[in-house]
Write a protein that binds this ligand. Structure first.
Ligand code: 4AD
Ligand code: MG
Length: 461
């Protein structure tokens, strides 16, 4: 079959030619003598209009078909007399591939995103979700291309792991043990030595620690894979299963890290505007009227850099307007992040040098001994989309910090080896893949940019 996307892109090639298209009926209306079908084949969010006439052998059968039916149509592509579409397909034959039952839930009307989540297996057949998931695919490719062009090596880090990279204890346990008959040690703790891996294991919250090992061999690496967090927060930005991109760069400091992040974000925006202009125009019209203007501004602006300490000063001035308290030492909440990017700076900002107590153990201690060389990238409309840092490459400082936090050195001996065997200063960050898709599409709920979202009390499909 000829693809509808190709017909739209290059209609001169197909006009007045006999072609075959196949796809799903979006709408069908017919009179006694002729009818129209809006057919969509999944390659483009626009439909092709099929015109059919009573001369057709199975005319009566076709007129009774409903939305959702799959068809194969042969005919001549002609210029359309109607103003709504540039061309139409005059059908010579229509073969019904699969009929659609009358309880098909996608009727020709606007369905809410909430409703469409309950039919996640069918929602990619709607214009909005077709555009979202096409953009998601294109952005994944853009990210690979960005890093590959710069010589980064793509590393696949394990999904099952024994360590908690972020130290936040938000892990899903992996076990084959019978939960009703858990063997116990003498102290009454669960005895994982009898389990599949012989130790306690969980799904990874981040590939970073493993990526660092490859960074100390290849210099510049990145991961791109699923990560899991048992965060019990029911928000529009958190999922239990999400994808993360984690570059790690050797002989690099926090400034290099931020430069890489800024270049990457601008590269992605340019790429998607160039490769998916129709989808982006669609989001701009139906999801967020300021989307294109905002994205174009961002490509042209220099991201702001502000220390955590300065950010707190700015927030304290207006602290009455926030639900959560702000004072030096507390973590920034989404409302604070959004205030800073949307009200104060009006562009993406890197907040740097966070207090050590609200950040992970591996971040490099600053000279003040109170803050670490961390950076979060905050963007208007969302808040944090990237979290990163320069890593603590000094063995003693790292061991000291781990002790303070009660982390067992024997669990991280391989990680500490990196500091013993020719360690270098290095840095990295994690980009939340769903967060960048939200940012690029204007879609405000993370559940609407993952094909099959996993959130609290929700693992259907
Ligand atoms: O800030 P986070 O926790 O950083 C790390 O995991 C580091 N190991 C990254 C690194 O330095 N290599 O997570 C990074 C990003 C966040 O900025 C956010 O965009 C996304 O991952 N993220 C989530 N996205 C969706 N649902 C969740 N529950 C998320 N938690 C984090
Ligand atoms: Mg973070």
């Amino acid at each position: 079959s000829t693809l509808i996307k190709d017909i739209y892109r290059n209609s001169a090639l197909y006009l007045n030619q006999e072609i075959e298209v196949s796809g799903w009926v979006r709408t069908l209306r017919a009179s006694k003598a002729f009818g129209f079908i809006e057919l969509n084949d999944g390659t483009f969010f626009k439909n092709i209009q099929v015109v059919f006439e009573e001369g057709l052998e199975n005319y009566a059968e076709i007129t009774k078909l409903t939305t959702g039916t799959s068809l194969i149509v042969k005919g001549i592509l002609a210029e359309s007399p109607g103003a709504k579409q540039p061309f139409e397909l005059k059908a010579q034959t229509i073969v019904v591939e699969g009929e659609c039952a009358s309880d098909y839930p996608l009727q020709k009307k606007r369905h809410s995103f909430e409703y469409l989540r309950t039919i996640a297996h069918l929602r990619p057949r709607t214009n909005t979700f077709a555009a979202v998931f096409r953009v998601r695919s294109i952005v994944a490719f853009a990210i690979h291309q960005f890093f590959q062009e710069r010589g980064f090596v793509y590393v696949n880090t394990p999904l099952i792991t024994g360590s908690d990279a972020e130290g936040a204890g938000e892990m899903f346990r992996v076990t084959t043990l019978d939960l009703n008959a858990l063997p116990r040690t003498e102290e009454g703790k669960i005895d994982f030595s009898k389990d599949f891996f012989g130790k306690e294991t969980n799904l990874t919250v981040s590939g970073q620690l493993n990526a660092e090992t490859y960074c100390m061999a290849f210099r510049n690496v990145y991961t791109f894979g699923p990560t899991f967090r048992a965060e019990n927060s029911n928000t529009a930005r958190h999922a239990a299963e999400f994808w993360m991109i984690e570059p790690e760069i050797a002989f690099a400091n926090l400034e290099d890290d931020m430069e890489l992040a800024e270049d990457m974000i601008k590269y992605i925006i340019n790429y998607v505007l160039e490769k998916a202009p129709e989808e982006m125009a669609f989001f701009n019209e139906f999801v967020d009227k300021n989307l294109l203007e905002r994205l174009n501004n961002i490509v042209q602006s220099d991201f702001e850099r502000v220390t955590y300490t300065r950010a707190i000063e700015l927030l304290e001035k207006v602290k009455d307007q926030f639900e959560y308290p702000v004072e030096w030492g507390t973590d920034l909440q989404t409302e604070h992040e959004r205030y800073l990017t949307e009200q104060v700076f009006k562009k993406p900002i890197f907040v740097i040098d966070y207090p050590k107590d609200i950040k992970a153990f591996y971040m490099r201690m600053n000279e003040d001994q109170k803050t670490v060389a961390a950076m979060d990238l905050l963007v208007p409309g969302i808040g944090e989309i990237i979290g990163g840092s320069q890593r603590e490459e000094r063995l003693e400082a790292l061991e000291k910090r781990m002790k303070e936090l009660g982390l067992k050195q024997e669990d991280y001996s391989w990680y500490l080896d990196l500091r013993k065997y020719g360690g270098t200063h290095h840095a990295g960050y994690g980009l939340g893949f769903e967060r960048i898709i939200m940012y690029l599409t204007g879609i405000s709920n993370i559940r609407d940019v993952i094909a099959f979202p996993r959130t609290v009390k929700n693992a259907e499909f």
